[in-house]
Design a protein around this ligand. Sequence first.
Ligand code: ADP
Length: 502
Amino acid sequence: MAMSATFVLSIDQGTTSSRALVVDARGTVCGHGQAPFTQHFPRPGWVEHDPQEIWASVEIAIAGALRAAGIAPEDIAAVGITNQRETAIAWDRETGEPVARAIVWQDRRTAETCDELRAAGHEAAIGEATGLTLDPYFTATKLAWLLREIPGLRERAERGEIAAGTVDSWLIWKLTGGQRHLTDYTNASRTLLFNIAKGRWDDRLCDLFGIPRAMLPKAQPSRSPFGETDEAVLGARVPIAGVAGDQQAALFGQACIAPGQAKNTYGTGCFLLANAGKTPAPPAHRLLLSIGANAGLSGPEYVLEGSVFVAGALIQWLRDELGIIERAGDVEALAASVPDSAGVTIVPAFTGLGAPHWDPRARGAIFGLTRGAGRPHIARAALEAIALSSAELIEAMNASMPAPVTELRVDGGAAANDLLMQMQADLAGIPVVRPVQTETTALGAAYLAGIQAGLWSDPAEVSALWRVDRVFEPQIGEPERAGRMSDWRRAVERTLGWAREE
Ligand code: ADP
């Protein structure tokens, strides 16, 4: 490594596009590149990506980021990787050719397999070992599907000829020119095959799902050596030094390194993660428990995770279906034009409800309409619905945390909305903190790699790079907060079980 190598290259491989960021030693983003790739929907409920196209998009993003930053590959001290989680890819170790398209996390084709395993009584044991629920979302049943459907694949996998893993493993393989088949604990803990207490693949679960151990990557901490880039691939030999799944990377990028610290990403949906410390309780309300990116010398940290299915999507609905705003950003001024929602409450259960209700038959509703209710009240109720859903999730999480969440750090597109952030602070009853730099996912991976490469000394030093843009303090008292949460629960109850079918 040349002395001049002081930049970190962070690769952020997302669900719809791949991005790359060049970050300097002060944590400043010096350049970024981005490339989209094709979404394949071969049948209803199926979602696939072409692994080679994912890789090509990563190469384009890297080239764009280096160009924008005006640096050469030799200037990079370390590479960090963060990625869409759970998506399954299998390839031939000899040729490096994928055996099929990647089966994406959103893909529901293995719902029946999950139902069968549930009926056979396996769910509790799976949950205990993995911290997850038995759902098609996770990797195991997707790999099992490939092994079942592709002729001869199982035999080849058992002979050790096939490599498989999540997107991080595929990118490490490509970046190292096929030299390394690895994954990190955060990604491994989303597969349904990993024992999160023991920190290793679970042989019983591999047998249950029918996954030959020979096809799985070696799993190691997020901050550890993942090999070096092939000179023919990147133009220089650079250590890959940090790897984490996107949500855990974002939690680390938000510098949530102490138990009780939490972040919420306000995108299409909301992803809420909290640092649950080193000795977490079993999660309640079907919240998920996974390994976090900040594994130290004394073992891994755990993260508690819950999500709101419809958040920013509700604002898209106001724009595209109701047509009461032109752009998503217009919702703030419209909502702020009235002092309150005049009793209007929206429950955005468009696709059912997740934690803590878990009702696939719940459907959306607008309650409390009176003759004076108009567009501004609907807009305001929509923002409140996002904040109320997240506040309810925080309450559910607190029941499974060693200590309650004390502060919420925010990112994602809708976190730019000041009114929404104030509502969130009021309804969660804790300060909401928005950082200057909201590229938390890519930054998290950059921090992991930079610490491992010696650019920064430890997580405490990178948390000093994290800077506050604005703090939203709760402005309503506890009785009012409790009253509004209880009104919200009354509304939610009325949406449960509405649809006759899931
Ligand atoms: P994703 O990564 O899920 O595509 P983003 O983080 O890019 O999402 O955020 C986009 C989402 O945020 C959209 O659903 C959009 O409706 C919503 N959004 C964007 N700006 C605002 C705003 N100012 N107020 C409320 N919602 C917004």
